[in-house]
Design a protein around this ligand. Structure first.
Ligand code: HAM
Length: 415
């Protein structure tokens, strides 16, 4: 028997309703902020990710699903959504035509990571990318959108960590200072950090090793090295977050696993998720559009991990209301009932049936399995009287309701 590839999963009925609820919620929220959907291919040229995410990152060094196609092109299954959206933005001439754009996307991403709770090789992101403005209030808005998503889904225990990574003026100076400091402590760093030190020193700040953490905490911070422009941008972001009452913590050692960021970066973390506790993350990338061949255009965005979000929703016992269950007892009842249940659906009332004319007991068992609370029984007797026997399985009562009154009756009962 063929088996699932490790790190991938089927999303089956029972769980898929949670995904649909998430998708519906975010679409409504994106509409509030004026975002349009963009859909880009799942595969892109490998070079796109080398140039955007950065050569010395875990994603590019170890985690990409890359292959040569039959035409000899180097192809990669997208490990994230930002670079493809930037490519599409540049390739479709938005920088010249209409630079200010707000896009959202949802879909699968691929990274060859070690599978564990909340970490998959095919996972799904919901993300946004905003182009054409470097206004710090957009950074606040992008953080506020994520906050609104979590609030709408009643997810608490979530905090956003924020930091600024500076720009191409001030970050190189910090980088040098950091390298010098880390070199002088090289012996006490773990092996990975010793290797990262010269190639990608900012990633050292992300190390979880306790000895490394001690060294990092007494080292130089980026905040202390921000140029005036980055400093004032960051202060405005923080005051905007305060103004909107968004619960945030400043983390001056927060860095990201992708190289394209500048200025504001953030991560929404939840303490219930264990090691993979970042649910949503992103930041500003003012140099990326130019890096990928467009006119200099600022950008900012985030991506939310749908698997991690649904894990949180499942922990909260997230409930979707099951449909009502139609139980026809015999051909005659089915004939009489079909038209009426179609009318219920016209009125947004969900109704299902087994598709088989089995016994009452067997159909009730099905209704139970689908957790339907309300069943609509139609036997010969009911057909004669032009009624449904409406049964509430949870509250354990039943009532005969005339066909011509059943829509109104069920609307009150179901909603
Ligand atoms: P990222 O931090 O690499 O950022 O991923 C964003 C989110 O995707 C993570 O916080 C996590 O929830 C989810 N995620 C990442 N890897 C996995 C995995 N292996 N399994 C399950 N979930 C995962 C980005 O991808 C940037 N493109 C975000 C961004 C958009 N920055 C600006 N715009």
């Amino acid at each position: 028997m063929a088996k699932l590839i490790p790190g991938t999963k089927d999303i089956l009925p029972g769980e898929v309703e949670i995904w649909q609820k998430v998708e519906e919620t975010v679409k409504n929220i994106f509409a509030l902020y004026g975002y349009s959907e963009i859909r880009t291919p799942v595969m892109e040229s490998t070079e796109l990710f080398h140039r955007s995410i950065g050569e010395a990152t875990d994603i590019v060094e170890k985690e990409m699903y890359s292959f040569d196609d039959k035409g000899g092109r180097a192809i990669t299954l997208r490990p994230e959504g930002t670079a493809p959206v930037v490519r599409a933005y540049v390739e479709n001439h938005f920088p010249q035509k209409d630079p200010f754009q707000k896009f959202y996307y949802m879909g699968p991403m691929f990274r060859y990571e070690r599978p564990q709770k909340g970490r998959y090789r095919q996972f799904h992101q919901i993300g946004v990318e905003v182009f054409g403005s470097d206004n710090p209030f957009l950074d606040v808005e992008v953080i506020a959108i994520q906050n609104r998503i979590f609030k709408s889904l009643n997810i608490d225990n979530i905090k956003v960590k924020v930091n600024s990574l500076g720009c191409k003026e001030c970050r190189p100076i910090y980088r040098e200072t950091l390298i010098e400091y880390l070199r002088s402590n090289r012996e006490s760093l773990c092996e990975t950090c010793q290797n990262r030190l010269e190639k990608n020193p900012l990633r050292v700040l992300d190390c979880k090793n306790e000895d490394c953490q001690k060294i990092i905490k007494s080292g130089p911070t980026i905040r202390g090295h921000l140029c005036d422009n980055c400093n004032s941008h960051y202060s405005t972001v923080l005051s905007g977050l305060n103004k909107l009452n968004i619960d945030f913590v400043e983390d001056s050692f927060l860095v990201r696993g992708l190289d394209y960021y500048s200025k504001t970066v953030f991560e929404f973390v939840n303490t219930n998720l264990g090691a993979q506790n970042t649910v949503s993350a992103g930041g500003r990338y003012d140099g990326l559009v130019q890096e990928l061949g467009g006119k200099p255009t600022p950008g900012i965005g985030f991506a939310l991990g749908v698997e991690r979000l649904t894990l949180l929703l499942k922990e909260q016992d997230f409930q979707i209301k099951p449909p009502m269950f139609f139980i026809p007892l015999g051909e005659n009842a089915l004939n009489a009932g079909l038209e009426i249940i179609e009318e219920l659906r016209d009125n947004s009332l969900p109704v299902i049936w087994t598709g088989k004319l089995s016994s009452l007991k067997s159909q009730l068992r099905h209704a139970n399995r689908r957790e339907s609370e309300i069943v609509l029984i139609l036997g010969e007797n009911e057909v004669d009287k032009k009624v449904f026997l409406v049964k509430n399985m949870r509250e354990n009562w039943e009532k005969e309701v005339l066909w011509k009154e059943v829509t109104g009756f069920l609307k009150d009962l179901y909603f």
